[in-house]
Design a protein. Sequence first.
Length: 197
Amino acid sequence: MKTFLHVDPGSLNKADIKGFNNDNWSEIRFDINNNVNTDIEGTLLDMNQVSNESVDAIYSCHNIEHVYPHEVEIVLNEFLRVLKDDGMVVLTCPDLQSACEYVAKDSLFETLYESDFGPMTPMDILYGLSGELTKGNHFMAHKSGFTYSALLGVFIHAGFKKWIGGRRSKSYELCLIACKGEKSDEELHKLALQFLP
C-alpha cells in the first residue's frame, strides 16, 4: 500500500479525494490544527516530524497560498525531502489570472460561484475567504498567489523533474501534478486522469 501525506486537510477526508479514495492509498493527516483528526501536527514550513523519503505522494489542496512568496521555496523543499524518489505532489490553488480578469472589469465583489463557505468573489480568491476572515480566522488569509506559469516556475526551480496540469477556469483554480523523479509523457497523462479534478 502506498502512503500519501495530506497537508492541511481541514475537514477534507481521503474518501473525498480523486485518485486517493481507494484501498491502494493510506492517508497521513498533517495539520497545525489537531482538531481535524491530525496524525502529525505541524506546518508547511516545518515538517520535521515527517521522515525523509517516507511518502509516495503529497496532496495539497488550497494551502500553498497561505504562505508568503519567500516561503514557498521552503515548502517545496520540504515536499521534496519527504517524498520518495518516485513521489509526486498533487496540488490545487486559486488561479489569480482568472480572478484578475474580473478585477480588470471592476467586478471585485461579483459572485463567481457558490462554495461550501458561501459565495466566492474575486476578492476571496485574491485575499482569502472574507467570511472566515470576518470570524477572526486569520489563518485563512492568502499571503501569495499564482498564475499557472508562476506555479510551474516555482516547482521547476525547486527541482521537480516532470509535471502536468493547468487552469480550471470554471472553478477559478490551478491544478498540478509535480514529480520528484522522471516520468514519461504517457505516465504523466495516466496520473492526470487518475488524480486531477
